[in-house]
Write a protein that binds this ligand. Sequence first.
Ligand SMILES: *[C@@H]1O[C@H](CO)[C@@H](O)[C@H](O)[C@H]1NC(C)=O
Ligand SMILES: *[C@@H]1O[C@H](CO)[C@@H](O)[C@H](O)[C@H]1NC(C)=O
Ligand SMILES: *[C@@H]1O[C@H](CO)[C@@H](O)[C@H](O)[C@H]1NC(C)=O
Length: 770
Amino acid sequence: MMGRSIRIMLPIFLLLLVENGRGVKSASNYLIGLGSYDITGPAADVNMMGYANMDQTASGIHFRLRARAFVVAEPQGKRIVFVNLDACMASQLVTIKVLERLKARYGDLYTENNVAISGIHTHAGPGGYLQYVVYLVTSLGFVRQSFDALVDGIEQSIIQAHDNLRTGSIYVNKGELLDAGVNRSPSAYLNNPAAERSKYKYDVDKDMTLLKFVDDEWGPVGSFNWFATHGTSMSRTNSLISGDNKGASARFMEDWFEQTNGGSISTDVSKINKIPRRISSIIPLAKDTHHELLELAASFDSSSGKSTIKFTSLAKRVRSALRQTEMPAFVSAFCQTNCGDVSPNVLGAFCLDTGLPCDFNHSTCGGKNELCYGRGPGYPDEFESTRIIGERQFRKAVELFNAASEQLNGKIDYRHTFVDFSKLDVTIPKEGGGTNVVKTCPAAMGFAFAAGTTDGPGAFDFKQGDDSGNAFWRLVRNVLKTPGKEQNDCQHPKPILLDTGEMKQPYDWAPSILPVQILRIGQLVILSVPGEFTTMAGRRLRDAVKTVLTSGDTKEFGSNVHVVIAGLTNTYSQYVTTFEEYQIQRYEGASTLYGPHTLSGYIQEFKKLAAALISGQSVESGPQPPDLLNKQISLLTPVVMDATPLGVNFGDVSLDVPKNSTFKRGDNVTVVFWSACPRNDLMTEGTFALVEILKGKDSWRPAYDDDDFCLRFIWSRPAKLSTRSHATIQWIIPQTAASGVYRIRHFGAAKSLLGSIKHFTGASSGFVVA
Ligand SMILES: *[C@@H]1O[C@H](CO)[C@@H](O)[C@H](O)[C@H]1NC(C)=O
Ligand SMILES: *[C@@H]1O[C@H](CO)[C@@H](O)[C@H](O)[C@H]1NC(C)=O
Ligand SMILES: *[C@@H]1O[C@H](CO)[C@@H](O)[C@H](O)[C@H]1NC(C)=O
């Protein structure tokens, strides 16, 4: 597959080099391809990943989650893949299975060495897709549907990016975004040396680094950027699936690109005629949609050969399918970096009872952590906070995108190794000269972990020996281990709550073998880290790598090298603080698994990778992490069956809009349908909710779907074990909505007692937007 695309691309590449020789145009030095695919997963019953709150289970969708990927290759040279997930974090097991699929499809083209899979850290996506016990407690163990949605979606996004490879250029730009993150553990940050702190203006990193991908023929095709702020604009009680602030930014930027490009597309009539079949598979069961688009296509003048379709009031999936007749959709990803101590709740943390700021050193209210909450800029509306923090990142990214002028030039390269962090010898400088050898420790979580953070107090609402907790907890808690003296000393001053690194029953509770990876595109270097580095920890790592890269004899890198950290990448191992922050043992220090020298271990190993990169040497692949798929325990009960009351069908409206009603922009239109469990069909690349606009006498065209920020799909059961359920669809009419007659539709799938799945749909009455 690759061979063919290179044969096609090579003549174009050479031509551009010749042109460049005459000073006509700068060389397009890479092959670039982008892709994007739905990874939303199960929108009901599954615990959400991030807050470790047992009560936070999914029950609907605010907007869908995606995997967004880029592939960059040197023509006939090396290549790298970077995938950004609207998920809380990467998972070792997901990475292992994606790599197996890539191997089956492409041989040795994509391996653990040159593929990075990174999570944005939304706390509003379905959990249960990690392989170590401690990350599966609140989700009642492993959740196959969450896992499959990720593995499938990542694979699809990479296939698209691979198939889209064409000659193009990449530009890098960097700028400050001041109001999208604050330090949520400033008392720990303050324990870093004063001399070090004085080098920085802020106690969090404010830089956004952006890549702009430009296709030689088509122009801009996408952008990826890295900026540090937690995905905790949505709270620990939210139950709608959401990409949180970064997922929102990505939506806003992809929409922005479409709009600034005229909101229309010119395409061959013959290509339009091919669309409708695809649309009907994109929006499930939308037979009238299929019909409508056939009409739409037929209505264009075929004599000129080209037609222009304007995108007014067309749902995102339809627009995207239309655009893809000509070129791939624009892909914009907002990636996570050293967000460990960075909160998007920028107004500060306050006590729910008194309204006063929480205790500075402990984030408590009257000595208790449960009442201390960070406030986002939309307080008390978490959707509004998500929108605002999303919009701030989106606007900065657009500014950097429009002004990007520094072109990436030079080699594509990479290094990857696995390191056993449970017993790593780390050589650190000794005070007064010389060096010391210290050790990392088996993973352990401190007591402050249970207290949570100001973004979500009281993570894991159960304790050692506690009789409460869910079925999975009751199953695994008997193996809780009391740490020995050696472990206590090694982890000092961390008071150990869960000695996860020494708990192996029924299978490993925490990772010990971690991947570290460097990806290089010319003068840009990406450091893939399997955790959440705090601000200062990230700065130390970047500086150490930069020093190695710019100081070698070989002048591989000039003084101009951009180093970004890709956080939560390839696997997950919680937090990494500095040695000094670790001493304070706030949540981030308590969650730094391998003891006080964890960061020094990373710096040591990354320096080795950087040195190998500039000297052209290879590195050992290291010990392989385990594949625990066959050991996974799943206690989440499947859907038994769905039912409706006598005389009612699935999809029937149970609460309609008032007859002949008229709404204004900004109004809230709410319709309730009889529904069935969304786990029966995830509607991947489809939609549960759809707003349609009337065109002509009786033909409806899709206008807004699950991907739109203005539309919410809320699913509920009247009681826990009930077979009946409702879908409440809320549409806040956007200011940009066209005037006209609308209706709201719901798509779903119901399970019969014998297990067969039957799709259904329903529609509200029409209403006017004026
Ligand atoms: C926080 O703790 C430090 C060290 O114990 C102490 O000096 C400082 O006064 C405390 N700050 C507040 C606001 O309580
Ligand atoms: C709705 O409006 C139509 C057309 O104006 C009218 O014929 C119909 O009777 C109205 N229905 C109700 C329930 O008011
Ligand atoms: C829309 O209206 C419903 C029903 O009145 C209400 O429960 C819901 O909170 C409203 N949604 C928004 C986003 O205002």
